[in-house]
Ligand binder design. Structure first.
Ligand SMILES: Cc1cc2nc3c(=O)[nH]c(=O)nc-3n(C[C@H](O)[C@H](O)[C@H](O)COP(=O)(O)OP(=O)(O)OC[C@H]3O[C@@H](n4cnc5c(N)ncnc54)[C@H](O)[C@@H]3O)c2cc1C
Ligand code: FES
Length: 615
């Protein structure tokens, strides 16, 4: 019979770590006598970061004495105290390879149910002084597990764990942990695990994504769809390939479109093929050798990353542009806004000519139109129209019968790209609606024709339009729109089924527990520059040299204040998975499960050569 050896509690505290402050409740200490266990916590206990820990399904963390003995031997340590692994209950018995998800135990007055294995998080390594601990717990198949409190009550060290019910499907804690984090996600095992009612919602979502991947329904061809923040098919070609500029066209006062095609082996376009000016010094002429066959189809909503030559012949700039034209054709169309003082957009506007060649990485991105029959709402403003234009092209080409809403915001008619094109595409759909807002209409702009309302796109305005409930909603626009509208929309009475967003810059960071996260603009790292390969952070517009002073690309990114996402920092959780647009990396430690093709786990990798990351 398993026995409760120690009840451990600890409230969140601030801990210094790598020059930052982390708020964490991972330090737990043994308490004597009976303790009340409630739905969310043992009395006197707390979690520092409720997004990653705690809650109804993760109320009590259990760890086993047998694993204490294993780690003492493996790590050569003899200094462990109860609560060492951040657990609330230290138990004698209940090994991870015997306890099943859904098992129920009576301990003292309280009744518990097993819901999921431990969350993989760097903080157990912080507590242990062993940075690799999160990965070791998984690879040694000794994670420990969480309990849900079914009946609240007092418990005390020395009491027995009386098993009152067995989890269905016979899936143990060690089995389900391996199913998510280790390679070989058996479809049969996934289906079995998903039949367990007690499984926590977070794990259920991850395993469902893995099952979709196993069934080929997610479109993710590699990597771990249960862990990666977003998945998309692997890039159609590695690194960059040359594409020829076929046309350059004005779309509005500040936006111009660039149509790219596969090089044709060296012939220049005729003057009638678009811009008649000669090819530009500074931009490569057409290569003698073709750049590798016809263009693979992109998914509607994906973006292309381009090397833009810099004024004066310095290192090229890396910029991404969403594809705005009809996907699936022989050409890619980019639409670029000339930003005031924008280096790349200014250069392209001033110097790019028909016939020039641009080095481009393959289309990427998971902000793509999802097939279905339900209503679709496109919300965009300014240059944010580009990815949703590609989606609108797709629906129009299919003569889709879906209800489609096109909601767009611009300053005035001179800054309204794709006005005729979008109207024409919507006209080909059976059930389309359009609403355009101008924040400052020009005197010649006609209300009811060029635009419908004066002002900006806001939740109030959207709520008044009669949008369908449960629509698939796609949002892309300037920072002010992206900051509040998608969240407000998801919480509104409109209740879209999904709100998908595209951000034209660095994404939001995920730094669990760090309270002193910097919001400084990106910058080269302090200290003498490194002498290693060049590391480019494409979304942040920064290229720096690698230095062996850093343990990983993640550490270099942090030293530059490039926004990053991470949790375990040791190759397990895939939160740090980022697009590797060019170059290759070496891993140490090796990730437990490989990232998707074309991606890298930056927490455990270093550049083998010059690399470009989609960060
Ligand atoms: C996934 C993705 C898709 C994208 N899709 C598109 C797209 O379809 N079309 C598009 O146009 N862009 C798109 N972008 C944005 C694009 O990649 C560039 O970031 C953008 O064009 C600005 O690049 P830039 O070199 O011209 O400006 P930068 O030189 O990088 O400047 C960035 C910003 O700072 C401002 N700035 C620079 N210098 C100064 C100064 N001295 N004083 C004041 N302000 C200054 C500029 O006005 C600009 O707004 C996308 C980005 C991503 C990540
Ligand atoms: S942060 Fe977990 S895999 Fe990189």
């Amino acid at each position: 019979m398993a026995r409760l050896v120690s009840v451990n509690v600890g409230l969140p505290q601030d801990v210094a770590w790598q020059g930052k402050t982390v708020r964490t409740g991972v330090w737990k200490y043994a308490v004597a006598g009976p303790r009340m266990v409630r739905r969310l916590n043992v009395d006197g206990d707390g979690q520092g970061d409720l997004a990653g820990h705690g809650g109804e399904y993760r109320a009590v963390l259990v760890y086993q004495l047998d694993s204490y003995r294993h780690w003492q031997e493996y790590l050569g340590r003899d200094d462990f105290v109860y609560g060492q692994f951040g657990e609330n209950f230290t138990v004698d018995g209940l090994p991870d390879d015997e306890v099943r998800i859904g098992d129920r135990f009576q301990v003292g007055e309280a009744l518990f149910e097993v819901t999921q294995p431990r969350v993989t998080c760097y903080r157990v390594g912080l507590r242990m002084g062993e940075p690799q601990m999160a990965a070791l717990l998984v690879s040694h198949r000794r994670p420990g597990f969480y309990l849900k409190v079914l009946v609240e009550g007092r418990v005390e060290a020395g009491q027995e764990f009386v098993k009152v019910d067995s989890g269905p499907e016979e899936v143990t804690v060690a089995d389900i942990d391996a199913l998510l984090y280790l390679p070989g996600h058996s479809r049969r095992q996934l289906a079995r695990a998903l039949r367990i009612p007690a499984l926590s919602p977070g794990w259920r979502t991850s395993l469902e994504a893995l099952l979709d991947q196993a069934d080929g329904a997610s479109g993710a061809a590699g990597g771990n769809a249960g862990l990666a923040p977003a998945v998309s098919p692997p890039p159609a070609w590695p690194g960059f390939r040359p594409l020829r500029v076929k046309r350059i066209e004005a779309e509005s006062a500040s936006v111009f479109s660039v149509t790219l095609a596969a090089p044709d082996g060296g012939s220049r376009p005729a003057a009638s093929d678009g811009d008649p000016r000669p090819a530009t010094p500074g931009i490569d002429p057409l290569p003698a050798a073709p750049g590798g066959g016809p263009l693979p189809a992109a998914l509607p909503g994906q973006f292309l990353t381009v090397r833009v030559p810099s004024e004066g012949g310095g290192p090229s700039l890396i910029r991404s542009y969403s594809l705005s034209g009809p996907p699936g054709g022989a050409e890619y169309r980019l639409s670029i806004k000339q930003e005031p003082h924008g280096v790349a957009s200014g250069y392209l506007r001033a110097h790019l000519r028909t016939g020039d060649v641009l080095e481009c990485a393959a289309p990427r991105g998971a902000f793509t139109l999802v097939a279905g029959d339900g209503p679709v709402v496109f919300i965009s403003a300014g240059i944010g129209a580009t990815p949703v234009m590609a989606m609108l092209h797709t629906l129009a080409a299919e003569r889709s019968s879906r209800e489609v809403w096109w909601l767009y915001g611009a300053r005035d008619g001179t800054e309204h790209p794709f006005a005729d094109e979008s109207r024409d595409l919507l006209g080909r759909l059976a059930n389309a609606h359009r609403h355009v807002c101008y924040s400052r209409p020009a005197p010649g702009d006609r209300q009811g024709v060029d635009y419908h309302s004066r002002g900006r796109l806001s939740l109030d305005l959207l709520c008044g339009l009669g949008l369908p409930r449960g629509a698939d909603t796609y949002v892309c626009g300037p920072p002010a729109l992206m900051r509040d509208l998608p969240v407000a929309l998801a919480a509104s009475a409109l209740a879209p089924s999904h709100v998908r967003t595209e951000i034209f810059g660095a994404g939001p960071s995920l730094t669990p527990g760090v309270t002193s996260a910097s919001v400084a603009p990106v910058h080269p790292p302090a200290g003498p520059p490194g002498d290693g390969p060049a590391v480019s952070f494409a979304r942040s517009g920064l290229t720096v040299s690698w230095s062996t002073a850093y343990m990983s690309l993640l550490e270099l990114a942090e030293a530059c204040d490039v926004p990053t996402r991470w949790s375990c920092r040791t190759g397990v959780c895939h939160n740090c998975e980022s697009g590797l647009l060019a170059g290759s990396v070496d891993y140490s430690p090796e990730p437990l499960d490989a990232p998707a093709e074309g991606d890298a786990l930056i927490c455990c990798s270093r550049p083998r050569e010059d690399v470009i990351l989609d960060l």
